[in-house]
Every structure is written in structure tokens, then in C-alpha cells.
Design a protein around this ligand. Structure first.
Ligand SMILES: NC(=O)c1ccc[n+]([C@@H]2O[C@H](COP(=O)([O-])OP(=O)(O)OC[C@H]3O[C@@H](n4cnc5c(N)ncnc54)[C@H](O)[C@@H]3O)[C@@H](O)[C@H]2O)c1
Length: 297
């Protein structure tokens, strides 16, 4: 049986654990924060319940899938027998490099080491391991159970057999793989983040309100959600981290993050995960309410 380990139990880690468990894989979910592990299991259970309500999963399948997920606070407990390890920890290069150094020591020699990074160089991550040909990017989209795309990123020396296996697994999960090369932000965020940043700069300059900016992009461009709502959903800290990587790597000021984005992150307004971003999520209702900081009148 092909076994999966997921490192990091945040927004993405819980989604990745969810889809693999739902498709019959045994999953070990690792996070040093006990509360994050508890929250992840509760989120997975709630999201699976929603699938049951929609008739996409039976109640028995939900229970079976949940029973396939084990959690651990320590990386050395979780990864030793995994065939594929997917790192989905905080978007911070130092953290990721340290995790891959540890995985290099702990993982089975034939295990594939994947990163769900949004922007950090797969080649540089692979460079801290003894066998960089087994390292690859497996970039899931948020929310993982719903989104069909997996951006598969070949590092400079990723083996063809590794890419092939990741493509095969992606299809097994009912998703569509798209293979790209290792450039900052890859394709998805290289195109998405400048748009989100420009929306934040437009708000900062007073060009339009939060609602107007999002409505224009939703109705005018047929986007399912506006860029400010999407930024909240991704996490404003994650957006800032991605823009920083692209600005540093390309050396082009067009990727410089909006001051407003930096201020939002510095003040703990991180979006959905902290309860407040451009919108206010603290009431828990479905109706979107603009953060009072940006409401007009
Ligand atoms: N949020 C998105 O929409 C999105 C989409 C695609 C990819 N990503 C990428 O996925 C990764 C995770 O993002 P997220 O949004 O889930 O972040 P998050 O902040 O929700 O979760 C990160 C988790 O990593 C854990 N962590 C930190 N250091 C760790 C370590 N040494 N070992 C194990 N776990 C550790 C944290 O405790 C936290 O639970 C990032 O690389 C991000 O760029 C995010």
C-alpha cells in the first residue's frame, strides 16, 4: 500500500490529507503544533460531512477515510515508512530547507519528497538533499478537496520517473496535473499574485471600495470571487511571502508588495484564518461583511 505523509497541518496540509485519505491512502499528518493537528482533524471531518450532505461520499466512506489519517507532533514518527512525503509547512525558505534536510535522513531511500510551496525554488529545496532527483513540486490549490488543478513543478534535476508518478497520483485523486518548470511563483502565482497586489494597491490609493473592486473582477472578468476575497482566502501572510520571493528572485519592482498588504499582515489581519482581512469573518455567517476599517460612510 502506497503511504503518504503530509508535513504541516494548516490550510493546505489538512486539505491534502483529506483528499488522499478519501481516495484510500493511509496518511500521516505531522505538525509541531498540537492545536493545529486537532483543528485539522476537525476541519477535515466537517468538510467530509459537507460531502456526505451533497451525496458525494457515504457516511461509511467518511468514517473509513477519517480512520486512515494519523497525526503526529514529530516528524521522525511520521515519515519513516511513507512512499510520498508532501511538505505543506509555512511559506518560509529556512523552515522548508530544514524540513528537507530532516526528510533526507529519515525517509525511505525510494520515497518521493514533494513540496506544496507556492513560490520557493524546488531546485534550491532539492539542493539540501543527497538525492535531488527525487524532489518535486506538487502544488495543490485551495480549497484542496474542490480544486481540480495540481501544478507539478520539475526541479532542475527531478527524475522523469518521479514526475510520472506524481502525474499518476494526481489523476488517481481525480485532479488534473499541469507540469511546469522551476521559476519563481511557477505559473499560477506568477500570474495571480500581481493581480491580487494590484487590487490591494487600488484599494490603498482609494480608486474604489473593497466591494467595487471585487464586483468589477467577478462580473467583469467572470472570476468566481474577487481578488481581495481570494487574498483573504489564501491568507494575506501567504500572499506577502509569495510576492517577496518573486521580488527577490526576479529583482523586478513590479512584484513589490503593497504597503497596505504589509500593514494588514503586521497587524494580524491575515484573512479567513485569523477572522479578519479585507472582510470580517468573525460572525461565522455566509454573508460577506467588509472589515470596518474599509467600510465607507
Ligand atoms: N493558502 C493557500 O491558498 C495556498 C495554496 C497553495 C499552496 N500554499 C502553500 O502551502 C504551504 C502551506 O500553506 P498554508 O496556507 O497551509 O499555511 P498555514 O499557515 O495555514 O499552515 C502552515 C502550517 O505549517 C506548520 N509548520 C510550521 N513549521 C513546521 C515544521 N517545521 N514542521 C511541520 N509543520 C510546520 C504550522 O504549524 C502550520 O500548521 C505554503 O508553502 C504555501 O505557500 C498555500
Amino acid at each position: 500500500m502506497f503511504k503518504i505523509a503530509v508535513i504541516g497541518a494548516g490550510t493546505m496540509g489538512n486539505g491534502i490529507a483529506h483528499v488522499f485519505a478519501q481516495h484510500g491512502f493511509a496518511v500521516q499528518l505531522v505538525d509541531p503544533k498540537e492545536d493545529q493537528l486537532k483543528k485539522a482533524i476537525s476541519v477535515i471531518s466537517k468538510n467530509m460531512e459537507r460531502q456526505v450532505q451533497k451525496g458525494l461520499l457515504s457516511a461509511e466512506e467518511k468514517l473509513a477515510a477519517l480512520s486512515r489519517i494519523r497525526t503526529s507532533g514529530q516528524i521522525n514518527n511520521g515519515v519513516r515508512d511513507a512512499d510520498l512525503i508532501i511538505e505543506a509547512a509555512t511559506e518560509n525558505e529556512a523552515i522548508k530547507l530544514q524540513i528537507f534536510r530532516e526528510l533526507d535522513e529519515l525517509a525511505l531511500p525510494d520515497a518521493i519528497l514533494a513540496s506544496n510551496t507556492s513560490s520557493i525554488s524546488i531546485t534550491r529545496i532539492a539542493g539540501v538533499t543527497k538525492n535531488p532527483s527525487r524532489v518535486i513540486g506538487m502544488h495543490f490549490m485551495n480549497p484542496v478537496p474542490l480544486m481540480k488543478l495540481v501544478e507539478v513543478i520539475n526541479g532542475f534535476v527531478t527524475a522523469d520517473s518521479v514526475t510520472k508518478k506524481i502525474i499518476e497520483l494526481t489523476i488517481q485523486l481525480g485532479k488534473t496535473p499541469c507540469v511546469v518548470n522551476d521559476y519563481p511563483g511557477f505559473v499560477a502565482n506568477r500570474i495571480l499574485m500581481p493581480m491580487i497586489n494590484e487590487a490591494i494597491i487600488s484599494l490603498q490609493e482609494g480608486v474604489a471600495s473593497v466591494e467595487s473592486i471585487d464586483t468589477i473582477m467577478k462580473l467583469g472578468m467572470a472570476h468566481p470571487m474577487g481578488p481581495l476575497q481570494l487574498a483573504d482566502f489564501i491568507g494575506l501572510d501567504v500572499c506577502l511571502a509569495i510576492l517577496k520571493v518573486m521580488q527577490d528572485e526576479f529583482g523586478n519592482p513590479k512584484y513589490a508588495a503593497a504597503t497596505l498588504l504589509k500593514n494588514m499582515v503586521a497587524s494580524g489581519n491575515l484573512g479567513v484564518k485569523s477572522g479578519r482581512g479585507f472582510y470580517d469573518y468573525r460572525s461565522g455567517t455566509k454573508e460577506l461583511k467588509v472589515n470596518s476599517k474599509f467600510s465607507q460612510g
